[in-house]
Write a protein that binds this ligand. Structure first.
Ligand SMILES: Cc1cc2nc3c(=O)[nH]c(=O)nc-3n(C[C@H](O)[C@H](O)[C@H](O)COP(=O)(O)OP(=O)(O)OC[C@H]3O[C@@H](n4cnc5c(N)ncnc54)[C@H](O)[C@@H]3O)c2cc1C
Length: 417
């Protein structure tokens, strides 16, 4: 008889693993400590805000193939929205200067030779330096291989790397930055059109996954914390769920898709990142002004990316460790000042909410990247997943979903499915 699959953690890595396992006919139990699924990518009703908000704005790129495979699998392929063209709008909040980059959809970058489409002040040859990221050794930082100054750096590369790595680019890994360049700039504009979940993250990533699991006979236990694992020399032998211990046979498989600080408590000797970076999100209850960019990059302010929705304006500040401990009112006012200027709003600050995620992602530094483990542990039936495991990518939705698929593939092999 085929063994059972237990997936611990219903963040995106766990949902990815559980849905892939269920799609191949495995008997799946998904265990999540929180009362809801989604982990760091979740939506909820916020009474103070008076509406449903996402914990933070999340965007993906059209080249994120694992994301679109996952959405296809759970029947949510239509839940992402975004423009047909890879254009990106920016404002320098200090000077009021605005520009839009208009990359070509294909690989040949004719846009670099057209000053109206390129980053203001950037020369086509400035982009050649990006090639150095592609071959950077794992111990190098971005600024060990790039000059980290000039218009291209200030107006495009710095905000792009900060947003994607959630780490100040000056300290961030050149190897991880290179992985991003390989999947974006190198593949042409069609690869980096942005896609945003509508109306919420839950509608795209979580609710359809739970429905999929239910329709495939999986058991989903929310509000249930794994307290520990019983391990012998070769296998995980039991799950400690508090009141109940679930015995495991050597033919069963466990995918542990919990944050690194939980995994290191449960899996002796596992290496994992132990340094994290914050993200601050501000939500304002006001529809985005007509004609406003759905996603506006802000240079020189507190706000970094302004997202406009039909019912709200939401702002992301990445690598936000310097401001995360500031008073919420102060933060809201600071960020609103940028929003009002960027979107030409003269109305007073509307109802707002600040969401602080102190351990939003692991720090994408060379040292932390070196601590990321593979999916296979030294216990034959125990596999780990999560954006913090070694995916070759920074902590992203794409990486989290991919890690879940990789762990599920190993679990399927163990289950002989
Ligand atoms: C504010 C914010 C903005 C972001 N923006 C973007 C973006 O724009 N684009 C992008 O690609 N990525 C973004 N990310 C990163 C993305 O959200 C993460 O990479 C992804 O959600 C991580 O998923 P995960 O499953 O690896 O981890 P988690 O979401 O942390 O999942 C782990 C799960 O395990 C559960 N758990 C913990 N302990 C136990 C236990 N003992 N028993 C059972 N369950 C347990 C947790 O409750 C959680 O649900 C952002 C992250 C944040 C915080």
């Amino acid at each position: 008889m085929t063994g059972k699959a237990y997936v611990i953690g219903a963040g995106l890595a766990g949902l990815s693993a559980a849905t892939l396992l269920a799609s191949r006919g495995a008997s799946v139990t998904l265990i999540e400590t929180a009362p809801q699924a989604g982990g760091r990518c979740r939506s909820y009703f916020d009474p103070a805000f008076g509406g449903v908000i996402d914990n933070g704005n999340h965007f993906v790129l059209t080249s994120n193939q694992t994301v679109f495979d996952y959405l296809e699998r759970i029947g949510a392929a239509d839940a992402m929205q975004g423009a047909d063209l890879p254009e990106k709008d920016f404002i320098d909040i200090r000077t009021g200067a605005r520009w839009t980059i208009r990359p070509d959809p294909g690989r040949f970058p004719a846009w670099l030779f057209d000053a109206r489409r390129n980053v203001p002040g950037a020369r086509p040859t400035d982009y050649l330096a990006l090639a150095r990221l592609l071959v950077a050794p794992p111990d190098q930082r971005i600024c060990d291989v790039l000059s980290c100054k000039g218009p291209l750096w200030e107006k495009l590369l710095h905000p792009f790397f900060l947003g994607a790595l959630n780490t100040q680019p000056e300290e961030a890994s050149a190897r991880l930055a290179g992985a991003l360049v390989r999947r974006t700039f190198l593949r042409g504009g069609n690869a980096y059109r942005t896609r945003i979940a509508h109306p919420t993250l839950a509608a795209a990533f979580t609710d359809p996954a739970l429905a999929y699991l239910e329709s495939h006979g999986a058991a989903v236990q929310l509000g249930t914390r794994l307290r520990g694992l019983t391990l012998n020399g070769h296998n995980a032998m039991a799950l400690d769920l508090g009141e109940a211990a679930v015995p495991l046979g050597s033919g069963d498989a466990v995918v542990l898709a919990v944050p690194p600080w939980v995994a290191t408590d449960m899996v002796p000797g596992i290496s994992a990142p132990d340094d994290f970076r914050a993200i601050v999100n501000a939500h304002f209850k006001m529809p985005g002004p007509t004609g406003a960019s759905p996603m506006l990059g802000v240079i020189g302010g507190t706000a970094e990316w302004i997202f406009t929705f039909p019912d709200r304006i939401s702002v992301t500040v990445s690598g936000a460790d310097a401001i995360v401990d500031q008073d919420r009112e102060v933060l809201a006012a600071r960020i609103w000042a940028d929003v009002a200027k960027a979107l030409n709003i003269s109305a007073p600050m509307p109802q707002w909410q600040i969401v602080k995620e102190k351990r939003a992602t692991f720090a994408a530094t060379p040292a932390q990247d070196a601590r990321r483990p593979g999916a296979q542990t030294k216990w034959r039936n125990l596999f780990v997943a999560g954006d913090w495991t070694q995916t070759g990518l920074p902590a992203t939705i794409e990486g989290a979903l991919w890690s879940g698929e990789r762990a599920a593939a190993l679990a399927l092999r163990h289950l002989s499915l």
